[in-house]
Write a new protein. Structure first.
Length: 500
């Protein structure tokens, strides 16, 4: 064993751009006989103010069957309110670390302390394939660094020998057995053990079925390695779409329903002006761009890229909390602006972001009116805003607007009537006992119903005109315990637009 010290001092961290990276001196190995192992240990210290990514080059000789990496780092005590140490890790192969990810071979963030890659297998979060000769790069992501600095130790082990056989990936189909044009329930933000979740794909599939879901979307943090592992989960009764949660330092975005094997890079910040490039990458791969939990309070979670590239936005993430209330208000402001300026509007979505017990798969869920249970049809329904969000499959909504001469429109549609035409807005609800209904317009909350009966079913109507309300959307809320604040959401619709 040989030790390589990487003492990184502040003067070495003069970089440009928020997402700038630092590359250290390389670690080298000598060739060895089949079956033999070689190990190198690398130690270093990162100060506060380190760049987002630090690369440790590893010179890999020919004849390597497996590369294994393990790491540790110190976690000193810090004062209350001060960030401690958190160090993410991943790896790029001999094709390099250029933005775009051609050399990407895996990322586990802070979820694992070690990983391996072989031709036939790899640790979840990592992409199996040949360990070719050349300069590989271990990617370190100092998520937060304590005032004392972050000292790390990396152990790299190469095993020599004939590579295993590369396994051809098999992906889930893009179609399930649907019901024709119907309402389909889905959860588009989920994590398995292929990133920082604790459930297997099979366990998630079973929970999705139990929750009454028709479709799900995989969304591992910064890796597509799990895509082939969902083929056995899909079935006639469950469409499995593939994607990624692109987890930048300035917010997270769900790539929803991309082509199998699509990787989307995350190594940039808002000021780098690169998000548009990767939003286009998602769309070219057949996916939708959905900013996730835009007002979440975790480090790096708040959305700072704007909504100009978004196809929808996740306004409800997991159990309803104050940051979801802020996201809902923010989305409503975006709706008002789009109505005022006559431009395309941004639909809302909700997903569980479930990682582990007790996170509930399918709470909330997005219910989409689609022509069939296919990737393309579900995406088209989401993109058009023909959807509502419900906290569970127990809740169903039927939301319509009708004019005086038989004109009508549903969720995501437009009722094309004159500005002074009386309009009847109607919401039929099931599965929401003691909840109240609110109708929200571009002028704010204009109607609040009495509580629904304990059966959870009821019909609420309200009359307005397009001159008074440019759009109407519905909220179903639980009773408040006390005070003037509204209760947590039980369901939420996208708007119906009124007027020509």
């Amino acid at each position: 064993m040989c030790d390589d010290e990487h003492h990184i001092r502040r003067r070495t961290l003069v970089v440009t751009g928020a997402a700038a990276a630092l590359t250290l001196g390389s670690v080298t190995f000598a060739s060895a006989a089949d079956g033999e192992e070689e190990t190198r240990t690398i130690r270093g210290t990162l100060p506060t103010g380190s760049p987002d990514f630090v690369y440790v080059p590893v010179e890999v000789p020919s004849g390597v069957r497996e590369i294994k990496v393990a790491y540790t780092y110190d976690r000193p005590a810090v004062p209350t309110g001060t960030a401690g140490n958190a160090l993410d890790i991943g790896i790029f192969d001999e094709r390099g670390t250029e933005l775009g990810g051609e050399g990407f071979r895996g990322w586990s963030g802070g979820a694992r302390t070690e990983f391996f890659i072989r031709a036939d297998e790899a640790t979840p979060g990592y992409v199996p394939g040949p360990v070719r000769a050349g300069t590989w790069s271990i990617a370190l992501g100092p998520y937060t660094v304590a005032p004392q600095g972050l000292s790390y130790e990396i152990t790299v082990t190469l095993t020599y020998g004939e590579p295993g056989e590369v396994v051809e990936p098999v992906y889930p189909p893009s179609r399930a057995k649907g019901r024709g044009r119907a309402w389909y329930r889905g959860d588009c933000h989920l994590h398995s053990w292929h990133s920082d979740g604790r459930r297997t794909p099979a366990e998630i599939g079973a929970l999705a079925r139990a929750a009454g879901l028709d479709f799900i979307n995989t969304s591992e943090h910064n890796t597509h390695s799990g895509h082939p592992h969902w083929a056995d989960v899909a079935g006639d009764d469950l469409l499995v779409m593939l994607g990624e949660e692109v987890t930048t330092r300035n917010g997270h975005v769900v790539a929803l329903g991309t082509d199998p094997g699509t990787f989307v890079d995350w190594r940039y910040r808002a000021r780098d002006n690169r998000f548009g490039r990767f939003a286009r990458r998602i769309r070219r791969a057949g996916g939708l761009v959905v900013p996730a939990h835009p007002h979440a309070t975790c480090v790096g979670c708040g959305w700072r890229f704007g909504f100009g590239e978004a196809d929808a936005v996740e306004v409800w993430n997991g159990p309803y909390t104050p940051d979801d209330e802020v996201a809902l208000a923010d989305w409503d402001s975006v709706l008002v602006a789009s109505t005022r300026e006559g431009r395309a509007w941004l639909p809302a979505m909700g997903s569980s972001d479930a990682h582990r017990d007790p996170d509930v798969v399918g709470s909330p869920q997005t219910v989409v009116l689609a022509d069939d249970l296919t990737r393309e049809a579900i995406q088209e329904g989401i993109r058009a805003g023909r959807s509502y969000i419900a906290e569970s499959s127990r809740i169903s909504l039927d939301f319509t607007a009708a004019g005086g001469k038989g004109e009508h429109a549903g969720i995501g549609g437009r009722l094309r009537v004159a500005a002074d035409t009386p309009v009847t807005v109607r919401l039929a609800v099931t599965g929401a006992p003691r909840c109240t209904v609110r109708f929200v317009t571009d002028q704010g909350v204009l109607f609040t119903s009495a509580a629904l009966p304990v059966t959870g079913s009821g019909v609420v109507e309200w009359r307005t005109t397009p001159a008074y309300a440019a759009y109407v959307r519905a909220e179903v809320r639980h009773e408040t315990a006390a005070g003037p604040l509204p209760g947590a959401l039980a369901a939420l619709t996208n708007p119906i637009f009124l007027g020509r």
